[in-house]
Design a protein around this ligand. Structure first.
Ligand code: C2E
Ligand code: MG
Ligand code: MG
Ligand code: MG
Length: 281
């Protein structure tokens, strides 16, 4: 009987594997169609300065309305796009469309707030990445202070010198650089010391439950202090509760991003937020 049970489990597992492989296969195949048929769009998640409770910037996050699978999360399709070499085109699409949106907001008389865009390692490492980046800024008349980039530590593996050079060029022109997901992965303190970064984003995994676990509180607040000592602005990702917010505010966090204040918003809702910079709660 027990044997049978296990057998069933394996078969179930096999079937699950097969389904998820089939889906991954199709998602990879459909990425180009997604671009061509305009199935991608961007949502914007506000980042809030907790003292004034004002929206001070936002993060551009890609979404995909797939005709068959409906909404596919970027956590699923971005790694697949990286795998099949589609990330450059998709990444460019995000930068260009964030710039277009900023230009539109500007033309409608809104004061644009900085929009941060996630950059995948392979996208960043393209030989003409910076060149293309500047061309979008020029085409849409975007001031460098309106657009920020979010990179992750794995970008530096094997490419430290080169990445450092490119970041220097970008920062010189006024682009602010955020280190995303800090506290996961390698989190090498050496990078923090060596690289010129403007913003440190503490990963959600260190933030959620920060008010419940003393050890988490210690780690998170120590990272806040570390970032600030190094002259960086520190942002907490994934703040969902008032209790988490309070812990971070007591430790002088600069910006809060998370469901407590706001989920990612579609253009219409974000435009409304831009009017007042205040979130209705
Ligand atoms: P990320 O850059 O760390 O973005 C933050 C993620 O956390 C977003 O997920 C956001 O919706 C989610 N989040 C924010 N606050 C909360 C919260 O309070 N609770 C919970 N549960 N989640 C929260 P999203 O939009 O699904 O994106 C997932 C990841 O996909 C991003 O993580 C980023 O690594 C990647 N991604 C998204 N858009 C792009 C893009 O345009 N280009 C690239 N290369 N990667 C992207
Ligand atoms: Mg990010
Ligand atoms: Mg992040
Ligand atoms: Mg994260």
């Amino acid at each position: 009987r027990v044997k049978g049970l296990f057998k069933n489990d394996y078969r179930f597992f096999d079937r699950e594997m097969k389904f998820s492989n089939q889906r991954a296969f199709q998602v990879k195949n459909d990425l180009r169609m997604g671009l061509e048929k305009n199935q991608f769009y961007i949502v914007y998640q506000p980042k809030v300065s907790p003292n004034e409770e004002i929206v001070t910037s936002c993060e551009a996050l890609i979404r995909w309305k797939h005709p068959e699978f409906e909404e596919i999360s970027p956590a699923e399709f971005i790694p697949l796009a990286e795998e099949v070499g589609m990330i450059n085109e998709i990444g460019d699409w995000v930068i260009e469309n964030a710039c277009k949106q900023l230009q539109l907001w500007k033309s409608k008389g809104y004061d644009p707030i900085p929009v941060s865009v996630n950059i995948s390692p392979s996208q960043f490492l393209q030989a003409d990445f910076v060149e293309k980046f500047w061309s979008y800024l020029d085409t849409y008349q975007i001031e460098p202070s309106w657009i920020q980039i979010e990179i992750t530590e794995n970008l530096f593996i094997d490419n430290e010198k080169y990445v450092q050079q490119i970041l220097k060029i970008m920062r010189k022109r006024g682009i602010k650089v955020a280190l995303d997901d800090f506290g996961t992965g390698y989190s090498s303190l050496a990078y923090l010391q060596k690289l010129d970064l403007d913003i440190l984003k503490i990963d959600r995994s260190l933030i959620s439950g920060v008010s419940d676990f003393p050890i988490k509180k210690e780690i998170a607040t120590t990272i806040v202090r570390l970032g600030k000592c190094l002259g960086m602005k520190v942002v907490a990702e994934g703040v969902e509760t008032k209790e988490e917010l309070d812990v971070l505010c007591n430790h002088d966090i600069d910006e809060i991003q998370g469901y407590y204040y706001s989920k990612p918003l579609d253009v219409k809702a974000m435009t409304k937020v831009l009017k007042t910079k205040v979130l209705s709660k």
